[in-house]
Design a protein around this ligand. Structure first.
Ligand code: F6R
Length: 605
């Protein structure tokens, strides 16, 4: 989604903003622009469609020095990808960048008679013109008048022509973080743009005004009272956001998984079993719940599907998994005895945040599994279980998914223990097996060449099917999503037994089917489904365990993961599927880390 950065201070604003935009590239975007307050006090704008590198190249023409400015990477929502629609937008004395969607922008155009003034098709420019019409020399007063008019979500970074060196920012839902450092004051839509300058930052509270000057970053209420935001210390540094010799962030992040899993699991073990007292999660929360509702989007939702497949048979309580964008508009059957688990890497996904808020309205206790410290979902949940994946830069989620699974497995184990489904030895046994799945994942990652060869077999496929049963079905969903997003191949996941109820009509000679068969209890059934697609000429890639007997001719390619108990195949299977998607994307020469149309942190509905 759109990325925002603002800077004011002694250094070159052009350099800092362009570097910040490069840091924000991973969020996904289709154009980028900057506005710089020049020494001669006029505001110079530059916009380019495509990559930030285009903007950087064009910015070489700007020779004059500037010490404050704002920048933006745009992910188109209102209006096509064009320089006109690229931010910043200028209206009279106001220049601004915007993240989010102003839902009532059309009504505002009519209300303020802006039809003839607008140069772009964006909702953002509408806000700029209204702000300019309100502005009479007091930025806080004008912004304070604008905000009640806006419906939707937004974060703005604003410069006023007659206030050189000052940057104002405000937000509702869409996140903004800020820092004051010896190198000046910064604001950005996420920490990656600030981290080269400061590990200490604060989250701008909603509907408060941030004023940056070269000497300060201050937050005010709209009544003019200064407030002191809580300073947060990032638990990672710039080093964690570098490629370190890997050709892509995605590949690096796949390799980082074993370490991220250890960091997520080990600090939470006491006497060999999961213990959340350091996270402030009381056993009573788990003991008292009679059902679980999980809400999340995309990959995070798939982690929830795996958790459901684990928890229901283990703990014997109902678990419902909902797509957050659906859940938020439902009338869910949840109450104070339902533990609502919200899963989000970024902690900012707007649908997931809305699902959390809905659950709170229903009086359900909420626990979020989040990777980004201090994110909105983390702050608004009753309880937080942080995953420790570090920054995930590739748009396609890999290590964040694994650590979500790890956190949910730990939670399931504690749940089983406090509900008396596990005694201490059983809980220890479960935890040990979870830990032993980490070296199994390392083994798989070492088989990169073998997996690349599998990827090469499907480079030219138009459609691919992923099938599996039980836990394997949840992996199939994630395998198909990963492949779709970075290879642009149409991929669909099916519960293996469901295929014959319609979709098998699509299996024609040569169509690849990735069959995941690690669940021994239902292995025979899954393999029968594999036979069904093989009989129709499918090109079968079978992923199974080391010791599973496979009759000759059943599959065209077999990839074997180490022999581990069914419930714990999660990490090695995740690695196989991620690497298949990765190598297909590489083989097709695509942009692995920034696939088209996608955004890392989805802050619009
Ligand atoms: C896929 C992917 C997305 C995210 C989804 C939720 O690789 O990254 O499907 O999982 O947008 O994002 P978070 O977890 O940040 O809420």
């Amino acid at each position: 989604m759109c990325g925002i950065i603002g800077y004011t201070g002694p250094l070159s604003a052009k350099e800092i903003i362009l570097n910040g935009l490069t840091q924000l590239e991973y969020r996904g975007y289709d154009s980028a622009g900057i506005a710089l307050c020049m020494e001669s006090s006029y505001i110079r704008m530059l916009k380019k469609t495509g990559k930030v590198s285009n903007l950087k190249e064009a910015s070489k023409q700007i020779k004059e020095v500037s010490h404050s400015g704002i920048g933006h990477t745009r992910w188109a929502t209102h209006g096509c990808v064009s320089e006109n629609n690229t931010h910043p937008h200028q209206a009279g004395r106001v220049t601004l960048v915007h993240n989010g969607i102003i839902e009532n922008y059309h009504q505002l155009i009519c209300q303020f008679g802006l039809e003839k003034k607008l140069k772009s098709e964006t909702d953002s420019e509408v806000a700029a013109w209204i702000l300019d019409s309100f502005y009479q020399g007091d930025p806080a007063e004008a912004i304070g008048r604008l905000l009640p008019l806006l419906e939707g979500s937004y974060s703005f970074c604003i410069m006023f022509e007659d206030c050189p060196g000052e940057i104002y920012a405000v937000r509702s839902v869409s996140p903004l973080v800020a820092a004051y450092t010896h190198s000046g004051a910064l604001v950005a839509s996420d920490l990656t743009a600030l981290i080269p300058y400061s590990r200490q930052y604060f989250v701008l509270p909603e509907k408060h005004l941030l004023k940056l000057t070269a000497y300060s970053a201050k937050v005010y209420t709209f009544e003019g009272r200064e407030i002191m935001p809580e300073i947060i210390e990032a638990d990672w540094n710039m080093d964690a956001a570098m490629k370190h010799g890997f050709s892509h962030f995605m590949l690096k992040e796949i390799h980082e998984q074993p370490e991220a899993l250890n960091q997520t699991i080990l600090p939470r073990l006491t006497d060999g079993i999961p213990d959340f007292s350091q996270d402030g999660i009381p056993d009573s929360l788990l003991k008292n719940c009679t059902r679980i509702q999980i809400a999340a989007c995309g990959t995070a939702m798939h982690a929830g599907m795996a958790a459901r497949a684990l928890i229901e048979p283990l703990v014997r309580i109902p678990v419902t998994v909902s797509i957050a964008s659906e859940f938020r508009y439902e009338e869910p059957l949840i109450d104070k005895n339902t533990l609502v688990i919200i899963i989000s890497q970024s902690g900012e996904t707007i649908d997931t945040l809305a699902a959390l808020r809905l659950a709170k309205n229903y009086g359900s206790p909420t626990l979020s599994v989040v990777n980004v410290k201090g994110s909105t979902i983390a702050r608004e949940s009753d309880y937080v279980l942080y995953t420790h994946a570090g920054p995930e830069i590739a748009v396609a989620s890999t290590k964040a998914y694994s650590v979500q699974l790890a956190a949910l497995y730990l939670l399931s184990c504690r749940l089983a223990y406090v509900k008396g489904r596990f005694n201490l030895d059983q809980a220890k046994g479960f935890t040990n097996k979870l830990l032993s799945s980490i070296p199994a994942m390392k083994e798989v990652i070492k088989c990169k060449n073998e997996i690349q060869a599998i990827g090469n077999e499907i480079l030219s496929a138009a459609d691919i099917f992923f099938i599996g049963r039980g836990l394997d079905y949840s992996f199939s969903l994630e395998g198909a999503l990963k492949l779709k997003e970075i290879s642009y191949i149409h991929a669909e996941a099916y519960a293996a037994g469901e295929l014959k109820h319609g979709t098998i009509a699509l299996i024609s000679p040569g169509v690849p089917v990735v069959a995941i068969a690690t669940q021994e209890r239902i292995l025979g059934k899954t393999l029968s489904n594999v036979k069904e697609v093989k009989a129709r000429g499918a090109f079968v890639i079978l992923i199974t365990k080391e010791e599973t007997e496979i009759s000759p001719g059943l599959a065209d390619v077999i990839f074997r993961i180490p022999q581990i108990e069914d419930r714990f195949t999660i990490f090695p299977i995740a690695a196989v599927l991620q690497l298949i998607a990765y190598f297909v994307s590489v083989g097709k020469g695509l942009d692995v880390d920034q696939p088209r149309n996608l955004a890392k942190s989805v802050t619009v509905e």
